[in-house]
Structure formats: C-alpha cells, structure tokens
Design a protein around this ligand. Structure first.
Ligand code: PMP
Length: 423
C-alpha cells in the first residue's frame, strides 16, 4: 500500500537498472546519507515556481518581487522548522560544508575551537586559523560530555570558544548527546555549533530546546537537492564578521572616497553573508522539504525508520562475517545510517557486487570521516585517495567500510533485498 509504505513519496523509486546476471530491477537507493532522493512535493513545488523564476532583491518587476517573496518566506519557514529564537539569523549557503566554513570565517579573534576527532571532515577541518583542540574519540555519550568538560575546564577562560559537534554520525548513525554537550559548552562560556547534516533529515530539531548557538545542514540530504544549505543561529558573531563573500547583495551602501578608495557599508542581516544572486530554487526547495516533513509528522517518520533500522540490524546480526561499526555500543540509538565490514571481503568489491548483482546503491570508503573510520576499524592511516581507501589484500583487515542508509520513502522491499543480498 503506497500510503503505508511511503508516507512521503520520493522520486526515483521506479528507476530500472541492469543486472550483470541479466535482466533489470528497480534501483534500491540506500545511500541517503550521501544524498537523499528528492521528495515528490519538493519536485512539484520547484516545477510550479520555475517558470516564474526571477532575481531576488533586485527589481520592481513582478517575477522579481515574487522570487523575493518566496526567498524571504523560505527563510521564515526554515526558522520555524528549526525552532529559531527571535534574534537568530538564517543564512542560506551552498551546503553544510559551506555553512561551517562561513562560521569558521566569522570566528572572533583568538577563538579556541573544540572538536572531536570523530567528526565528518566538514566539521573537523574548517577551523584552520583558530586554535583547534582535537578531542579523542569517546566510547559512550557520557564520556563525550566528560571529555568536553575536561577540555573546556582547562582552556583559557577569557577568550571566546566554540564547540563543533555532529548530531548524528554519518558513519555509525549514532546520536550524540547534543543537549548535554551544549550545556557543558555554555557552562564554560563557550558556544556550540551543531552539524545537523545527518540529524535534520531523520529527527525533529529545535535549536532553542537543544540550546545550541548555530545549526548547519544541507538541502540535498534533506530531500531537497538543488544546491543549497543553511547556517542558522546567533546573529552577533555573524553581524560583526567580515562578509563571507564581498559583492552585491551583501553591501548596503558603496561610495567612492575623496582619496580614491571605496567605502562600504555592509548589511547586518543574513544578507551580509549572501553576496551575489542567491540560489532561490535551492532555497525554496529546502523550505518545501521542511514543510513536507513537518506536515508528515516526524513521529511517524522516525517510527517507520526505526523499524527499518531494526530490520537491518537483525538481518546483519544473522551473518557471522558481518561486523557493524559502532562507537557507543550496539544498543546506542541511531538514525537510518549503518556501516559495517564483512570478513573476507574488500568493502569496495562488496558494494560493487550489491550494485551489479542486486541493483542496490550503498556507499563504500571512509565516508569523509577518516579518523573515525580508522578508529572503528582499528587500522593505521594509509593514503586514502579522495574520501576512499586503498584495497585490502585478501585476508587482510578491511581498510574501509560499507554504509547503508535510508529514510523517508524507503520501501521495506529495498531493505529486505539488501539484507537478503548480504546474506
Ligand atoms: N556533516 C556530515 C555529518 C555529513 O554527513 C556531511 C555529508 N556527508 C557533511 C557534513 C557535509 O555535507 P555537504 O557535503 O552537503 O556539505
């Protein structure tokens, strides 16, 4: 039954792919953690708007006004979706990576940054000019809070500090104790940014309730694949930072000086960091996805997804050769993201076989979280290439892993096919 099976219809459910064994099969997209399929609703909304596309904040013409309205209403929708506080800003970016780089560029002078080594590279790497403290991988959520507490207690208490943490791991799917980490950060006068790239598509998110200072996420993982992302949160650091990009849209007033130079007055709103013509379609798509997820009700989405998580976990547990990767232990709560290795198999070959023989799309590699995956695999650093890993020799320990991930619109059949194929 379509309505029971797919409470939120997504695109690409009927794509036929050829099998090496002959014939064809409908594609099972089980790589939501990389990019989720678009919601049908997002596609419909974008298609309805596209003929009326116009420039944003740039004209008196009807289409320009319409586009500006859509763009600014989308900002309000995202603010509502995230439960933003009155004085929060919602800045539209290209992606989570872009959002965190924007925040990194807006850090006050001498800001110390605290980040677990287990983070995705998008959260681990943007803080290049800051004083970064890399925290060791915790093995329980409580240990994560203790580790952070200890690091913050030892910090220079007078300078600004920022903690960056992921809400749900893109490797293990495990949920991090965001609220407790936020409380620890604030108790030590630090701020906290939440990388919600994997949390936002799978879990209700409330910036005020979690008491985090900023949230970053990507449209393409939230069923809205048109090249946009979000950084939402406290206005003060953003308002006093240099514009992320210099150009039109970010500047309020520009004038030649008598000495021949140029004086610029920058906006103090989100526009300060949105120079250039913005991606109105991408932004509208995110707002459309936010509305669709809210209307569908996260409770039923989470409940359904957890049923699929259990199905995968139980299925994999029946295969002796499979080892599921976990930082916080087998019973830790997780979203629909599960990584594993299979004894005797090279993970890349395994993923290729799932695709070629069963029409199942999963991810293999180190998932842009090299330190975390190496910790979980117990392997030494190697030259991994682009987000990947070299091949293990037959009989060697795996140097990379396989990841299966799913969410809204995933039919039971895809997950059942996957478990059957692994078996
Ligand atoms: N953080 C996490 C936890 C992620 O899973 C990803 C994407 N894999 C990112 C950040 C980066 O997202 P994007 O590539 O959309 O910038």
């Amino acid at each position: 039954d379509q309505t029971v099976c797919t409470p939120l219809p997504v695109l690409g459910r009927d794509v036929l792919v050829p099998l090496v064994t002959g014939g064809e099969v409908t594609y099972a997209a089980l790589d939501y953690a990389a990019s989720a399929p678009a919601l049908q609703r997002v596609w419909d909304d974008v298609a309805a708007y596209a003929p009326y596309y116009g420039s944003v904040h740039r004209g008196a013409g009807y289409l320009s006004q319409l586009s500006t309205d859509l763009f600014e209403n989308s900002r309000a929708t995202v603010a509502e979706f995230l439960g933003c506080r009155d004085d929060d800003q919602v800045v539209f970016t290209r992606s989570t990576t872009d959002s965190l780089n924007l925040l990194a560029a807006a850090l006050p002078a001498d800001c110390q940054v605290f980040v677990f080594e287990t983070e995705h590279h998008a959260s681990l790497l943007p803080w290049r000019d800051a004083r970064v403290n890399f925290l060791n991988a915790p093995r329980t959520p409580a240990q994560a809070v203790e580790t952070l507490e200890r690091a913050l207690a030892a910090r220079d208490p007078y300078g600004p500090a920022l903690v960056c943490v992921t809400g749900a791991s893109n490797v293990t799917g495990e949920l991090w104790p965001v609220k407790e980490l936020a409380a620890a950060a604030h108790a030590h006068g630090a701020r906290i940014v939440l990388d919600a790239a994997q949390l936002a598509p799978h879990h209700p998110l409330d910036i005020a309730e979690l008491d985090v200072d900023w949230v970053a996420f990507s449209g393409h993982k939230l069923y809205a694949p048109f090249g946009s992302g979000v950084l939402a949160g406290r206005a003060d650091w953003l308002r006093s930072a240099e514009p992320y990009l210099a150009g039109g849209g970010a500047s309020r007033k520009v004038a030649r000086r008598a000495d021949g130079g140029v004086d610029v007055e920058w906006h103090t709103t989100a526009a300060r960091h949105e120079a250039g013509s913005p991606n109105v379609i991408g932004v509208y798509a995110i707002a459309s996805a936010c509305k669709a997820l809210t209307e569908a009700g996260f409770d039923s989405l989470v409940e359904r997804e957890q049923r699929l998580v259990t199905k995968v976990r139980e299925g994999l547990a029946e295969v002796d050769a499979v080892r599921v990767l976990s930082l916080f232990g087998d019973d830790a709560p997780r979203v629909g993201v599960i990584s594993f290795v299979v004894d005797g198999w090279n993970s890349s070959h395994f993923a290729a076989a799932l695709s070629a023989e069963y029409g199942i799309g999963v991810r293999d590699g180190l998932f842009c979280a090299h330190p975390l995956v190496r910790t979980l695999l117990g392997s030494a650093p190697q030259d991994p290439g682009e987000c990947g890993a070299p091949e293990a020799e037959p009989g060697e320990r795996s140097l990379n892993a396989i990841r299966v991930s799913f969410g809204a619109g995933t039919p039971d059949e895809h997950v059942e096919r996957f478990v059957g194929a692994v078996k």
